[in-house]
Design a protein around this ligand. Structure first.
Ligand SMILES: C[S@@+](CC[C@H](N)C(=O)[O-])C[C@H]1O[C@@H](n2cnc3c(N)ncnc32)[C@H](O)[C@@H]1O
Length: 277
């Protein structure tokens, strides 16, 4: 089955739409039609998707190259396309060294398409799971096989916490994952904010949220920072304070070039769990 065929041609799905925002080919006609409708009113969304993917790529490169991380648990990963985590890890880890990436997504179509796409990549696996069920996920046989929790690892929560709308649940879930990580591990996250969006975009987001069956929640800088309580936030770029910043700014060499409407859709951070690695 070609990866572009979702088997449900008239139903768009989030990960396929996201792939199309990124200019990928693992999407269906329904995904493309849905995106074309959205970008007609919100032309900055593809810029936002790329700002997010750029943050992921820069941060994963540093985690592998500068901080020696070789194991990644990427929850709410979307499709393994458009230079997602395993491509960056594989290309950055020195030849002959072992690495592992476990992609987790709630959408069964991600599992079908992702399994096909990763068939020849033994370091990477994709499993179905819900970020809101950390105990189930942490006990999953594939997670246990690929991630050694006695060693530093990176937990990735990239653009998935907005789908956990209840604040108490969201904070408790992140805490549970962090508790499972060894000292010297890292948490990478990005999350939707309305702090710096135009009135027009804020109104549109509200009306989009109201109609969607899977609600999405934006949070303030203070609310998103709270996810990282007890962790050491890495300064996002040279000379920056150790705090969360716009996704486009993380690891940016030119802050002016990195700033556009799309890059302000959310905040991003990489933080380290204290203790000897
Ligand atoms: C906006 S995409 C982000 C993709 C990727 N992390 C990135 O940033 O490039 C959000 C992904 O989260 C997944 N998702 C939504 N709710 C989820 C949940 N409760 N548990 C796991 N994945 C979820 C969606 O299916 C989708 O693939």
């Amino acid at each position: 089955m070609p990866v572009t065929d979702s088997g449900q041609p008239d139903r768009p799905f989030v990960a396929g739409m996201y792939d199309y925002y990124l200019g990928g080919t693992a999407n269906s006609a329904a995904d493309r039609a849905a995106v074309d409708q959205i970008t007609a009113v919100l032309p900055e969304i593809p810029e936002g998707a790329w700002a997010n993917r750029g943050f992921l790529q820069r941060a994963v490169t540093r985690l592998v190259r500068d901080w020696g991380i070789r194991q990644f648990l990427d929850i709410g990963a979307g499709l393994p396309t458009q230079r997602n985590t395993h491509d960056v890890v594989r290309d950055t880890v020195p030849a002959g060294e072992k690495w592992s990436v476990v992609y987790v997504d709630i959408d069964p179509q991600v599992i079908v398409r992702g399994t096909e796409l990763l068939a020849d990549t033994p370091g990477a696996a994709v499993i179905q799971g819900d970020v809101r069920e950390p105990d189930v996920l942490l006990a999953h046989p594939t997670v246990r096989e690929k991630i050694d929790f006695s060693q530093p690892a990176c937990l990735m929560l990239i653009a998935v916490l907005p789908f956990v709308v209840d604040d108490d649940e969201a904070y408790a879930v992140v805490r549970r994952y962090v508790d499972a990580l060894a000292p010297g591990s890292y948490v990478m996250l990005s999350a939707l904010t309305a702090d710096h969006q135009s009135e027009r975009l804020r109104d549109l987001l509200k009306s989009v949220y109201a109609r969607t069956p899977t609600p999405v929640k934006e949070r303030t800088k203070a609310q998103i920072s709270r996810f990282l309580d007890g962790l050491e936030i890495i300064p996002p770029y040279e000379g920056a304070k150790p705090e969360i910043d716009f996704v486009g700014n993380w690891g940016a060499e030119d802050l002016v070039a990195a700033d556009d409407d799309g890059a302000r859709w959310g905040y991003a951070a990489v933080a380290r769990k204290p203790g000897p690695a």
